[in-house]
Ligand binder design. Sequence first.
Ligand SMILES: Cc1cc2nc3c(=O)[nH]c(=O)nc-3n(C[C@H](O)[C@H](O)[C@H](O)COP(=O)(O)OP(=O)(O)OC[C@H]3O[C@@H](n4cnc5c(N)ncnc54)[C@H](O)[C@@H]3O)c2cc1C
Length: 491
Amino acid sequence: MRNKRNQSVLILGAGLAGLAAGYELVKAGFEVTIVEKEEAVGGLARTIEVNGFRFDTGPHRWYTKNDMVNNWMLKLLGHEVTKVPRQTRIYFDHKFFNYPIKIKDTLLGMGLWLTFRAVVDYALVRFQQLFIKNEPVTLEEGFVSQFGRTLYEIFFKRYSEKLWGTSCKNIAADWIGQRTRGLNIVTIIKNALFSSQKIVSFVDEFAYPKKGIGRIAEKMAEEIVQAGGKILVNSQVTEIFHKNNVIISVSLNDNEKFEVAADQVVSTIPLSEVVAFLKPKAPLEIANVNSKLTYRDQIQVALFINKTHLTSDTWIYVHSLELPFVRVMEMDNWNADLSPKGTTSLVFEVTCNEGDSVWLMSDVEIVDMVTQSFIKEFNLISKQDLLGSYVHRAPKEYPVYHIGYKKDVAKIKDFLQQFKNLQLIGRNGIFRYNNMDHSIEMGLFAAWNIIEGERKFDIEEVNIEREYLEEKKIFGKEFELPEDQHVEELH
Ligand SMILES: Cc1cc2nc3c(=O)[nH]c(=O)nc-3n(C[C@H](O)[C@H](O)[C@H](O)COP(=O)(O)OP(=O)(O)OC[C@H]3O[C@@H](n4cnc5c(N)ncnc54)[C@H](O)[C@@H]3O)c2cc1C
């Protein structure tokens, strides 16, 4: 057995989790190889550059309650980090609603009668809950118990079903926990009246790398390579070989067998793939449970526009079913330097399932669909303003929490625990709806476990907090940059 410092580590996937693990390990003197199936690092949190336009793969703002992870990121990026004011609206029934909700707008937008019904409904469910305490199972039950049926039907149902492509009855209530924790009518109204800034979705400014969110991954990758680590892109793991409860090798791109000199393996690739790729195969019972794990996929369409600041928003939630996208973000409002002077880019998120009719549309068709619907509905640009476009197909953006998923995931993880040199981390890696900070924290924990030579840091403990995720103001008193750094205001 080699001494601890000489151990080599194979990391599957170069998203934030895999890179954070690699970064810590390589700095501690370990031999690190990261394999990544895409042509670039960053996974779900990438910034793509096309003809001078830098755009993110979906809106990513940095916020965390974890000072350790926050300081770690700020130390990594230093002066590259800036501060972005958040401006978010909801587009609903051909109207914009401010987010956080403002009472006057809501009354004008929803009408007095509907607002009255929503409040009565909400009071009713709260009253019922004094006597009957049922844990909601489905997303529908979760929304209704938290917001009342009226708000669920007119507001949450439509957006959620557009996002998931299935009924809210088929998704587990747990998803709400992480998405709208702490958001209820009382806090919404309190916030609208008193502008308290304590609630997650109300964080009004956030940290952001000036050159796009992908800089977090890019910077880690640069430093890993500089310190002697290897990152192999375009290298897709297709088989994972094991013997005597140890992972011994993986094969890449269906042909080349890549021997793991490694004593340790850290996997961030989707949990279901780890099981499916095992050689010898997993028992039938596990394979059957594994086949229940599914993901929601997305196509991101970037349009490059010959105008600036088309909107005032960092992003807009689009509830309208007749529009094919769930969100649109404007890069100018994150940092105007992300696009060439006098231009901006819009990024539209079209959710779908890999292999369905939307996924299979050609790039030209999908750009046409998005452009036409955007021009027709918002009348902000004409076709002549379009300088170019780019289509990014992003599989497995969201782990789908099917009813009963917790038990299924636990069974799979129990089975995989037999592999003593394998740690599972990351959003799809452990099938948990992680934010960037959680994935980084998991990466750090996996690395420190290897460095320490024992599993001192519990990866399963990350991202299970019960409090609201965004309670803490990231640029508040608790948040301090290292002394030699400063944060520039962006206006
Ligand atoms: C649209 C969207 C918006 C988001 N907004 C925010 C936000 O505002 N704030 C926030 O904090 N978080 C946000 N997130 C979450 C954040 O993006 C993720 O938590 C984080 O990027 C996950 O990192 P990861 O390393 O765990 O997983 P991933 O990024 O999925 O990394 C896994 C890597 O493994 C690679 N891989 C997969 N299969 C294989 C294989 N077989 N062989 C080799 N490589 C493979 C993938 O290509 C990928 O690079 C958002 C996510 C999405 C989808």
